[in-house]
Design a binder for this molecule. Structure first.
Ligand code: SF4
Ligand code: SF4
Length: 308
């Protein structure tokens, strides 16, 4: 990786692992360890925030340049060459080392319980979501297989532009998130700025595959006020095609590099997210089953088991 780029990522708190991966502990790990406040995914799905390892196998690679993305987009690449890709075993081992190093600082903090600190050093959950598009890593399925073999559950967050990868994974993540951040192609092109041909068509192909996958599925709608919020009928059509276990409407957060592209006004209130969720639920037949006001997110379900 280019040294200048590496420095930019390191300045943001990422530990670069090998050629194209990165680890950064989520701020909810800290909140959970110090204040015993869990992330919304603990509330929704029962994973333990303080035992979560957040990483990406594609720190600088993505197929989109979303306006709402917090990541640095200066030198974005659209693929990882298989010959230059690190092995999944290497990434697993090094990401664990990096995570342990990162959480080691909590040991001296008297607000942090020793037992929970030990647990944080031995994560039970891998969130493959930090930044970039993880499905561009050619050995993602093997990577999940290794995580599961070590007794860890996995979340994958994808933008859905790589349907052939999703379709051919031997080992799927414990929970697969597909981000659908536009109700139609016009808004998709303006807001998600695809860097590949037929981006919208490819996202829709992924959504068509979703019902056939043998894993827990979630559609995430990241909602940006004055851009893609509303349009409930159009989102409902998309969601009905994908038949996800859950739908997560979530408000955009004005952080990181997205501050150079959007303003505070683009951050919807929780009330707006809740209204959107209620309308979407009434059209799709899902129910609003949980919410977290501090994360501006609601959860729609249809009777499937929430806890992992
Ligand atoms: S599940 Fe997501 S929000 Fe929760 S601790 Fe892990 S990375 Fe953070
Ligand atoms: S798909 Fe994800 S990583 Fe890529 S630009 Fe959009 S928000 Fe950022």
């Amino acid at each position: 990786m280019d040294e200048q780029l590496k420095r930019i990522f390191e300045k943001q708190g990422y530990t670069i692992v090998g050629n194209h991966s990165a680890v950064k502990y989520c701020h909810w790990v800290r909140k959970s360890l110090i204040f015993n406040i869990p992330c919304y995914k603990q509330t929704f799905y029962g994973i333990e925030s303080h035992r979560c390892l957040q990483m990406t196998p594609a720190v600088n690679q993505c197929t989109q340049k979303c306006l709402f993305c917090w990541r640095y987009q200066g030198f974005t690449e659209t693929k990882i060459d298989e010959k230059e890709a690190d092995s999944p075993e290497f990434i697993f081992e090094k990401m664990l080392e990096a995570h342990r190093q990162q959480v080691s600082g909590f040991k001296g903090d008297e607000r942090c319980d020793e037992k929970r600190w030990e647990e944080a050093r031995n994560p039970k959950h891998v969130a493959c979501s930090l930044t970039g598009e993880p499905t561009l890593y050619p050995f993602l399925s093997d990577f999940f297989e290794i995580c599961h073999r070590h007794g860890m559950t996995t979340f994958l967050v994808t933008n859905g532009t790589m349907p052939e990868v999703i379709e051919n994974m031997d080992t799927l993540p414990t929970q697969l998130y597909v981000s659908v951040c536009a109700p139609n192609e016009e808004i998709y092109k303006k807001l998600c700025c695809p860097m590949i041909k037929n981006g919208w068509e490819r996202v829709n192909r992924t959504l068509e595959i979703l019902p056939s996958l043998n894993t827990r599925t979630v559609i995430r709608h990241t909602l940006v006020d004055k851009w893609n919020l509303g349009y409930e009928k159009e989102y409902a059509k998309i969601d009905s095609k994908a038949e996800p276990w859950f739908i997560e409407p979530k408000g955009y957060v004005h952080v990181g590099y997205s501050r150079e592209r959007l303003t505070m006004e683009n951050m919807p209130s929780h009330e707006k997210i809740r209204n959107f969720g209620e309308k979407l639920a009434s059209i799709t037949g899902y129910e609003l089953v949980a919410e977290r006001e501090d994360s501006r997110v609601v959860l729609l379900g249809r009777g499937k088991e929430r806890k992992i």
